[in-house]
Design a protein around this ligand. Structure first.
Ligand code: IPM
Ligand code: MG
Length: 369
C-alpha cells in the first residue's frame, strides 16, 4: 500500500477545530488499512505570524512542496488586523497557491437532499443541485502588478490593482473545465465581463477557440459574470460547470456555497499541472469558508467542508475514489439522520458540536462497513 504524505496547515480561528476532526478521519482510514498516511503539521496565517513573523515560514513551504497533498484550514482574524500588508494571514494562502502553481480551483456545490430546507432559497430551487465552479487561482487581479497605493502630487492617494491574463493561463483553466464537464453533464458556462474588460474579451475569444479546436462535444455557453451571480440565485440548476477568473470565482463560489445551506458545507481542491514524469500534481484542499473568529474555540463550527475537502484529496490526489465515495456517503447519511451543527440546524432545533459531528461521520463510516 502506498504511503501518502499529508501536510496539515490548520491556520487560525475555527481552522484548528475543523482540522482536528479531519485528523480523526484520516486516522480512521489508516486503521482500516484503506490507505496509509504520513502526517506532518505546520503553521499558516496569523498562527505563523505569531511564531515566525511571516504568514508561512520557509520550512513549512518546503514541507508543502514535498507533500503529496496539503490540507488547509482557514486563516485570518481581528488579532492580525494591523500586521504589515505583506505578512497578513491571507498572504500565506496566496503564497502557497502561487508557489505551488495551483492554478485550478475546483469548488463543487452540492445540495444534500436533507439540507434543501437549510438554504435561504426555496427547496425546489436547490434540491438536487450539483454544480462545479472552476476558478482560475494563480492569476488575475490577485497577483497582477502594479498592485500599490501611491501618493499623487496633489496629496491624494491612488490605489491600483491590475487584472492580467495570458492566453496560456486562460486555456489551461478552461481545459480543466471542459475535461471535468465530460465526466458530468457535459456543459461549460464561461463567466467574464467582456462588455467592460479587455481580459474578458480575451477570455471569451480564447475559450471559444479552444472549444472549437478540441471540445466540440461539450456544450459551451458564455455568461456575463454579474448575470451569472443573478442566475445562480434565480435557477442554479441550469449550470453544470462554471469556469471563470480568480476574482469572479471568489465571489460566485461564495454565492454557490450559500445555495447549499451554509458556507460550512463547501469543500475545494486547488490543483497544479500534472508532472509529465510522475503523473502527480501538487494539490491543496481547503474549505471555502473562512476562519470565523466570532465562533472560534466554541465547538460550534461545522467540520463538513473540511472533511469534504479530505474526500476530494482522496479522489484527486490519492486515486482513492471508492474511499472518497464512502466518506461523502457517510456525510450524507449523517445529514439524512438529522444531525446538524448550528449553522444548518432549523431555528430552535438541537445542534451538535464540531466534534460530535466528526464522531457521527466516523460512526456512519463504520456503519457503511
Ligand atoms: C477564498 C478566500 C480567499 C480568496 C482569501 C482568504 C484570500 O476568500 O479562498 O475564497 O479571496 O481567495
Ligand atoms: Mg472567497
Amino acid at each position: 500500500m502506498a504511503t501518502h504524505k499529508l501536510l496539515l496547515l490548520p491556520g487560525d480561528g475555527i481552522g484548528p477545530e475543523v482540522m482536528g476532526q479531519v485528523e480523526q478521519i484520516v486516522s480512521w482510514f489508516g486503521k482500516q488499512g484503506l490507505a496509509s498516511f504520513e502526517i506532518e503539521k505546520g503553521l499558516v496565517g496569523g498562527a505563523a505570524y505569531d511564531a515566525h513573523k511571516q504568514a508561512i515560514s520557509e520550512g513549512d513551504m518546503k514541507l508543502a512542496e514535498a507533500a503529496d497533498a496539503v490540507l488547509f484550514g482557514a486563516v485570518g482574524g481581528p488579532k492580525w488586523a494591523d500586521v504589515p500588508y505583506q505578512h497578513r494571514p491571507e498572504a500565506g494562502l496566496l503564497r502557497l497557491r502561487k508557489d505551488l502553481g495551483l492554478f485550478a480551483n475546483l469548488r463543487p456545490a452540492i445540495c444534500y437532499p436533507a439540507l434543501a430546507s437549510a438554504s435561504s432559497l426555496k427547496p425546489e430551487v436547490v434540491e438536487g443541485l450539483d454544480i462545479l465552479i472552476v476558478r482560475e487561482l494563480t492569476g488575475g487581479v490577485y497577483f497582477g502588478e502594479p498592485k500599490e497605493i501611491v501618493t499623487l502630487e496633489d496629496g491624494q492617494k491612488r490605489g491600483v490593482d491590475t487584472q492580467l491574463y495570458t492566453t496560456g493561463e486562460i486555456e489551461r483553466i478552461c481545459r480543466v473545465a471542459f475535461e471535468l464537464a465530460r465526466t458530468r453533464r457535459n456543459k461549460v458556462s464561461s463567466a467574464e465581463k467582456h462588455n467592460v474588460m479587455k481580459t474578458g474579451v480575451l477570455w471569451k475569444q480564447t475559450v471559444t477557440a479552444l472549444h472549437a479546436a478540441e471540445y466540440k462535444d461539450v456544450e459551451l455557453e458564455h455568461v456575463l459574470a454579474d448575470n451569472c451571480a443573478m442566475q445562480l440565485v434565480r435557477w442554479p440548476k441550469q449550470y453544470d460547470v462554471i469556469v471563470c477568473d480568480n476574482l469572479f470565482g471568489d465571489i460566485l463560489s461564495d454565492v454557490a456555497a450559500m445555495l447549499t445551506g451554509s458556507l460550512g458545507m463547501l469543500p475545494s481542491a486547488s490543483l497544479g499541472a500534472e508532472d509529465p514524469a510522475t503523473g502527480k500534481r501538487k494539490a491543496l484542499y481547503e474549505p471555502v469558508h473562512g476562519s470565523a473568529p466570532d465562533i472560534a474555540g466554541k465547538g460550534l463550527a461545522n467540520p463538513i467542508a473540511m472533511i469534504g475537502s479530505f474526500a476530494m484529496a482522496l479522489r484527486y490526489s490519492f486515486n482513492a475514489g471508492e474511499a472518497a465515495d464512502r466518506l461523502e456517503g457517510a456525510i450524507a447519511d449523517v445529514l439524512g439522520s438529522g444531525t446538524r451543527t448550528k449553522d444548518i440546524a432549523a431555528p430552535g432545533a438541537n445542534a451538535v458540536s464540531t466534534s460530535e459531528m466528526g464522531q457521527a461521520i466516523i460512526g456512519a463510516l463504520e456503519a457503511r462497513g
